[in-house]
Design a protein around this ligand. Structure first.
Ligand code: PLP
Length: 330
């Protein structure tokens, strides 16, 4: 049995109901036309803090004891988990410290500071940031709330899966972003729990797809972290991964990888055809459909997971500036 199941996700939903938005799902006429099946977009990039990460962070914070809340929380983040945790901690009047690598875009740092969290920039990878987290847990007794490999985080992200299958009950296929796998684990557990025949496919960028490499190897492996337009999907899954590797292995039907150009095309399509501003990670589901990498024989639900993109970068991408290189993504 997976580490997080439908009942955990239903409990999480009640716990966070008054802390998050229930985001809409809308039909995409342009994608439906191009794919020959109905394609629905789950507009979770409109969630408070600009990504779904508020679901997991709110659930994890709500599950802390009074004593843990008094100590405060610490996390490594590619940006969106940090922002969500900063927001959830602020509502509770708690201390929050967010550790990030130099790859995290400046717009994400500014928002986290604005919410009153302490920011530490360490090294060039999520692994470097994690070392600072470990130090703060040991020396300052902060409570670590990791971005994905934690049952309360996974259950919180899973609430998104419940909404998607309620909004499109006959979904044949759900496309979900895949990085550390907290999102994909929770969403797949919810979807398969309610509708076992619905397929769930994970989508990642080809540059540094740690979960895909780990699934292929049959165990968690290290993958070099590279700059990518889908910066929120960067980082490894942890060699000591406890939950998300097994859940993704057991619950996902497939994993699809995308080039940087394909991701840029997804951002452009979201803006020009759907009138939605999404970050690179948020656009990968659309990008996978546009790239012809998905076959579906029934309704598809595509998750738009976040919108926290630097607006100057967004402008260049939608104007078709071909000099964009992911290394300068922020
Ligand atoms: C964190 C994040 C993801 C990936 O979630 P994981 O649980 O790490 O797989 C996808 N999209 C956005 C916008 C994110 O912030």
């Amino acid at each position: 049995m997976p580490a997080v199941i439908l009942t955990d996700i239903r409990t999480a939903r009640e716990r966070i109901a008054n802390k998050i938005e229930r985001t809409p799902t809308v039909l995409s006429h342009s994608l439906s036309e191009c794919c020959g099946v109905s394609v629905h977009l789950k507009l979770e990039h409109r969630q408070t803090t600009g990504s779904f990460k508020l679901r997991g962070a709110s659930n994890a914070v709500a599950s802390l004891s009074a004593e843990q809340k008094a100590r405060g929380v610490v996390a490594a983040s590619t940006g969106n988990h940090g922002r969500a945790l900063a927001h959830a901690a602020k509502l509770e009047g708690m201390r929050a410290v967010i550790c990030m690598s130099r790859l995290v875009p400046g717009n994400k740092l500014d928002e986290i500071r604005r919410l009153g969290a302490e920011v530490r920039i360490v090294g060039d990878s999520q692994d470097d940031a994690q070392q600072e987290v470990d130090r703060l847990v040991a020396q300052e007794r902060l409570v670590m709330l990791p971005p994905f490999d934690h049952p309360d985080i996974i259950a919180g992200q899973g609430t998104l899966g419940l909404e998607m299958i309620e909004q499109v009950p006959d979904a044949a296929l759900v496309l979900v972003q895949l990085s550390g796998g907290g999102l994909a684990s929770g969403v797949a557990a919810a979807i398969k729990g309610v509708s076992p025949r619905t397929k769930v496919i994970g989508v990642s960028m080809a540059r540094g797809a740690a979960m895909k490499a780990s699934l292929d190897a049959g165990q968690p492996v290290l993958v070099e972290e590279l700059p990518t337009l889908a910066d929120s999907l960067g980082g490894g899954i942890g060699l000591d991964n406890r939950l998300t590797f097994a859940m993704c292995r057991d619950l996902l039907d497939d994993v699809v990888l995308l080039s940087e150009d394909e991701i840029a095309a997804g951002i452009r399509h979201a803006y020009a055809q759907e009138r939605e501003i999404v970050e690179g990670a948020g656009a990968v589901g659309i990008a996978a459909l546009l790239a012809g990498k998905i076959t579906a024989n029934g309704p598809v639900v595509v998750l738009l997971s976040g919108r926290n993109i630097d607006m100057e970068l967004h402008r260049k991408i939608v104007c078709g500036d071909t000099s964009i290189n992911a290394g300068r993504a922020g």
